[in-house]
Design a protein around this ligand. Structure first.
Ligand code: RP5
Length: 169
């Protein structure tokens, strides 16, 4: 019997955002995931403009093999919290800064969740850290990713020590 060719690996991280205008802030998350070889999917869905699509995504992600969701939104940024309400998966929220209020509105909308429905919120514009946090969460049960993260941390340390060395010269 002919073997079925292996398709692309199933996404382990869902990277979603309220608008395509959020992509510049979320792209560094995608880059971090790619650096660690983590398969991910990307989608635009809005808590306010496409609530049905958002709910459907949140309710089916775990069954499709997604293990962590990164959700970015700006302004009245309800996407991460609403998704967290409808999935048992860990959700990382990324506050996207918009034209007014410097992203404080996004941050507070995402971080101030009611007890029982956590969203792990990174800094305003913190897309890269969201990607790295997703790698760490997966690394808790994935030795390859854990080792990769330890190597990444050693590299960070080496860069700081090198700068220190240069300054002292
Ligand atoms: C939010 O509204 C989105 O996450 C985005 O940050 C913001 C503005 O969206 P657009 O008007 O650019 O589509 O829901």
């Amino acid at each position: 019997m002919a073997e079925t060719p292996a398709g692309p690996p199933a996404p382990r991280v869902g990277l979603i955002m309220g608008s395509d205008s959020d992509w510049p802030v979320l792209k560094p998350a995608a880059e971090a995931l790619a650096e660690f070889g983590v398969p991910f999917e990307v989608g635009v869905m809005s808590a306010h403009r496409t609530p049905g699509r958002m709910l459907d995504y949140a309710q089916t992600a775990a069954d499709r093999g997604v293990q962590v969701i990164i959700a970015g939104a700006g302004g009245a940024a309800h996407l991460p919290g609403m998704v967290a309400a409808a999935t048992p998966l860990p959700v990382i929220g990324v506050p996207v800064p918009l034209k007014y209020l410097d992203g404080m509105d996004s941050l507070l909308s995402i971080v101030q969740m009611p007890s029982g429905v956590p969203v792990a919120t990174v800094s305003i514009g913190g897309g890269r850290n969201a990607g790295l946090l997703a790698v760490r969460i997966l690394g808790a049960t994935d030795a390859r990713l854990r080792a990769g993260m330890a190597e990444f941390q050693a590299d960070l340390q080496a860069i700081v020590l090198e700068k220190d060395e240069k300054l002292r010269r």
